[in-house]
Design a protein. Structure first.
Length: 341
């Protein structure tokens, strides 16, 4: 099959491209920065320089494709609303238009559990959970609108919602936490007893590959996780300890964190610089967020192969090799760059 992967230069997208190439597919990588995917291009992938805000270019990129994985998105806890709208809503609308025009056989849209997160505890939530009345971030709202566009497209589609993807090559999730901890700016928020689901990147890729062929999955939406409910703060402490980075020594109540974050966000609105924390990130760090993956197991045949413990061991090894220690990151290994997948 000839397959387009938007966001193929990013963390999840590059792992997906590698798997598709190993499976014998012809793959086109759509993205803006190809510096990290030279190995994929050498392995046979083709490059399509693409900005999701360029509607005509996005539509054209879909021409001749048998399937499209729409992985690309602006994924950040903070930023101008217009940027999220342009990338995540208008970009998805252009993908839908391009798939229609080229009669693409299947569109697989990578969304997020954040589309149903309302800032409260979610315990073993299923895909039947409704969208909230108020969204916890602009990112979550624009991804929800993306789901609406795909659902109404009339295309053969599958929507995948992976939770908290981690693994070697991550330039967003864990590196942000590690940098805050290294600088002594990561206090434990809340009582530290909240449970979360994590998703090792190769498990998510496995689900995406299954979505390419499953007939039972057409027109449906699936949560994807490791299927393990892990205590968030002990897990963070374990990773920090293995990397030789000091773990949080103090805990602050949720109300105090939200008060501080309100001031940070107010200052960020004036300076246009991303705050250290936002109300959304506080909610992510203090609330239980676990999800039911039985639908994906039933329809896709999805079974996570890499456990959280094994995934942590792999990423600690990768981060150690990259120089992520208590002293920070060596300059030649820019793990902490802002990431747009």
């Amino acid at each position: 099959m000839h397959i387009l992967v938007t966001g193929g230069t990013g963390f999840l997208g590059s792992h997906l491209v590698a798997a598709l190439l190993r499976a014998g597919h012809r793959v086109a990588i759509a993205g803006r920065d190809f510096a990290h995917v030279g190995n994929l291009l050498a392995a046979g992938a083709t490059r399509i320089p693409l900005d999701l805000r360029d509607r005509a270019a996005v539509v054209a990129a879909c021409a001749g494709m048998d399937a499209v994985y729409h992985v690309g998105a602006l994924s950040a806890p903070w930023g101008p609303r217009a940027d999220f709208v342009a990338a995540n809503m208008d970009g998805t609308a252009a993908i839908v238009e391009g798939c229609r025009a080229s009669r693409v056989g299947r569109l697989i849209y990578v969304s997020s559990p954040s589309v149903v997160f309302d800032g409260r505890d979610h315990v073993n939530a299923s895909e039947a959970m409704p969208y909230p009345r108020h969204f916890t971030s602009t990112y979550a709202w624009t991804k929800k609108v993306g789901e609406d566009l795909v659902n109404a497209s009339g295309l053969p589609f599958v929507i995948i919602r992976p939770k908290a993807i981690f693994g070697p090559g991550d330039r967003a999730l864990l590196p942000r936490l590690l940098e805050a901890a290294r600088r002594g700016r990561l206090p434990q928020i809340g009582d530290g007893r909240n449970l979360v689901d994590l998703s090792y990147v190769e498990n998510v890729v496995h689900a995406l590959m299954l979505a390419l062929d499953s007939r039972a999955a057409l027109g449906k939406t699936y949560f994807i996780t490791n299927g393990e409910h892990v205590p968030l703060w002990p897990t963070i402490r374990e990773v920090l300890q293995q990397l030789g980075i000091a773990a949080p020594r103090r805990a602050i109540p949720i109300w105090a964190a939200l008060t501080a974050v309100g001031l940070m966000e107010a200052r960020a609105a004036l300076t246009h610089r991303e705050p250290l924390l936002t109300r959304y990130t506080v909610a992510i760090l203090v609330r239980t967020q676990t999800y039911d993956i039985s639908a994906a197991q039933r329809d896709l045949g999805y079974m996570p192969a890499i456990s959280v413990n094994e995934g942590i061991a792999r990423i600690v090894y990768a981060l150690s090799k990259a120089g992520v220690t208590r002293r920070g990151v060596r300059k030649e290994r820019p793990y902490l760059q802002r990431h747009t997948k």
